[in-house]
Design a protein around this ligand. Structure first.
Ligand code: NAP
Length: 378
C-alpha cells in the first residue's frame, strides 16, 4: 500500500484534470478521479490506476462523499454556468473534510469587476477558498490555453484557414500553454504543499506568438499552408452556434466573446511567457507546433481527403448561413448578474499589481496579495 496520501482530482476527465491524474499516478500517488460519467476517458483513468468516482460537482452530497479520507485536492471548476456554485460546493466540503492543501485552477484574467460573469465568479472563488488559514492554497492562474486553438484545427487541416477574432496577425499576444504543462505545475504543488502553499503560478508556453505564427505552426504540423484570418466577433459567434463545441454551453459562449476582446487588448501577453513550467513543473514547456503535431497524430479525421475537404466546405457554408446568437437575450434569460461599470483586467490597478514580473519564478511576489484577500474575507 502506498504511504503517499490519496489526492482528489475534480473534472478528472477534462483538459487539465486528465493529465493531472495521470502524472500523479506516475509519481506513485493514489488518486480519486471525480468524473461526471463512465466512458472511455474514465476507463483510461481506471486502467492507469485511478479510483474513479462518478458524481455531480454541483451536488454537495457527492463532493462530501468524494472527499472522504482526502487531505489534498485539485479543484477545477468546469467552464459552465454557476462556476461559483461549483466552487462553493467544493469549498464547503473542503472545510468540512479538513483538507490541508488545495490547488485551484483560476484564470489569468481573474479580477474583481471583470465584464465576464464567469471571471468574476472565479475571483470570488479564489477569495473564498483562502478564507480558512488552515487550508494551504496554491493558485494556478492560466491564460488562453493552447487547446482553444485546436477547436478550429479541422478548418486549418482541410481548408488551410485559421479563423479567429484575435486582432492584428503580426502582434504577439499569447504564449499558449499545453494542458500537460499546466498539469505539471498543478502536480508539483499537490506533491509538495509546504513549498507551494500561498503561491500563485502562471504556466505559459515557451514563447509569445502572433496569430500569424500560430497559423504557421499549425501549417508545419499539419503539412500544409495555413493562413490566419482575423474574423469579426459576429462571425465567431455564428461559428460557435453552427458548430457548438461539445463542452461549451450558450452561456459559456457569451464569455468567449469577452475573452477574445481581452486577447486583442494584449492581456494574455502581460509578462508572458513565464518560467513556471520549467521552474515549478520541472519540464520544458511544449511548443505550439509540438502540441498540434501530437493532436494530429491522434486524430485520423485531420488527414487530408477530398471527402473531408468537401465536408469542411459544407460546414463553412452552414456557418455563413447561421444567424448569430443574441447574447444579451441569452444572458437575460439566464439571469446573469451584471455590473454597471465593468473593467477589463488591465484597467484594474489590483490586477496590474499582481501581474508584475516574477523575476525569480518563486511566486513570492504574490504572497502580499493572498494575505490581502485573506484579510478581506476574514
Ligand atoms: N480554456 C481556457 O483558455 C481557460 C483559461 C483559463 C482558465 N480556464 C479555466 O479552466 C477551467 C476548466 O478546466 P478544464 O479546461 O481543464 O476543464 P474541462 O476540459 O472543461 O473539463 C471539465 C470537466 O468537468 C466535467 N463536468 C462538467 N459538469 C460537471 C458536473 N456538473 N459534475 C461533474 N463533472 C462535470 C466535464 O465532463 P464531460 O467532459 O463529461 O462533459 C469535463 O470532463 C475553468 O474553470 C476555466 O475558468 C480555462
Amino acid at each position: 500500500m502506498s504511504s503517499r496520501p490519496k489526492i482528489l482530482v475534480t473534472s478528472a476527465a477534462g483538459k487539465t484534470g486528465l493529465p493531472t491524474t495521470l502524472q500523479l499516478l506516475e509519481k506513485g500517488y493514489p488518486v480519486r478521479a471525480f468524473v461526471r460519467r463512465l466512458d472511455r476517458r474514465s476507463q483510461a483513468l481506471e486502467r492507469a490506476g485511478a479510483e474513479v468516482f462518478v458524481g455531480n460537482q454541483y451536488a454537495l452530497r457527492d463532493m462530501q462523499a468524494a472527499m472522504q479520507g482526502i487531505k489534498r485536492a485539485y479543484q477545477c471548476a468546469p467552464t459552465a454556468p454557476n462556476g461559483l456554485h461549483f466552487n462553493a460546493v467544493f469549498i464547503a466540503a473542503a472545510f468540512e473534510a479538513g483538507l490541508e492543501h488545495v490547488v485551484t485552477l483560476s484564470q489569468w484574467l481573474s479580477s474583481r469587476d471583470h465584464p465576464s460573469l464567469f471571471t468574476r465568479e472565479v475571483y470570488l472563488s479564489d477569495m473564498l477558498i483562502r478564507a480558512r488559514p488552515d487550508i494551504g492554497v496554491t493558485t494556478v492562474n492560466v491564460g488562453w490555453f493552447a487547446d482553444n486553438y485546436l477547436m478550429v484545427l479541422d478548418m486549418a487541416a482541410h481548408l488551410g484557414l485559421f479563423a479567429m477574432p484575435l486582432g492584428d496577425g503580426d502582434v504577439k499576444t499569447n504564449a499558449p500553454p499545453s494542458s500537460d504543462d499546466i498539469a505539471s505545475v498543478v502536480v508539483a504543488a499537490l506533491c509538495d504543499p509546504a513549498s507551494h502553499a500561498g503561491k500563485t503560478y502562471r504556466p505559459t508556453g515557451p514563447e509569445l506568438m502572433s496569430p500569424n505564427e500560430i497559423a504557421t505552426a499549425m501549417g508545419k504540423a499539419l503539412g500544409r499552408r495555413v493562413r490566419y484570418r482575423n474574423i469579426s466577433e459576429k462571425m465567431m459567434l455564428k461559428a460557435l452556434k453552427a458548430h457548438p463545441p461539445s463542452n461549451y454551453s450558450e452561456a459559456a459562449v457569451s464569455q468567449l466573446k469577452i475573452y477574445a476582446d481581452e486577447y486583442r487588448r494584449g492581456t494574455f501577453a502581460v509578462n508572458a511567457p513565464t518560467n513556471d513550467v520549467r521552474k515549478i513543473g520541472g519540464r520544458e514547456p511544449k511548443t505550439f507546433e509540438t502540441i498540434v503535431r501530437e493532436t494530429a497524430a491522434e486524430r485520423a479525421d485531420l488527414r487530408p481527403s477530398f471527402a473531408r475537404t468537401l465536408r469542411a466546405l459544407a460546414g463553412f457554408m452552414k456557418l455563413l448561413a447561421t444567424t448569430p446568437p443574441d447574447l444579451p437575450a441569452i444572458e437575460a434569460v439566464k439571469d446573469f448578474v451584471q455590473l454597471n461599470d465593468p473593467q477589463f483586467s488591465q484597467q484594474d490597478p489590483d490586477w496590474q499589481a499582481i501581474h508584475q514580473p516574477d523575476l525569480d519564478g518563486s511566486g513570492e511576489h504574490l504572497a502580499g496579495v493572498s494575505a490581502k484577500l485573506q484579510r478581506v474575507t476574514a
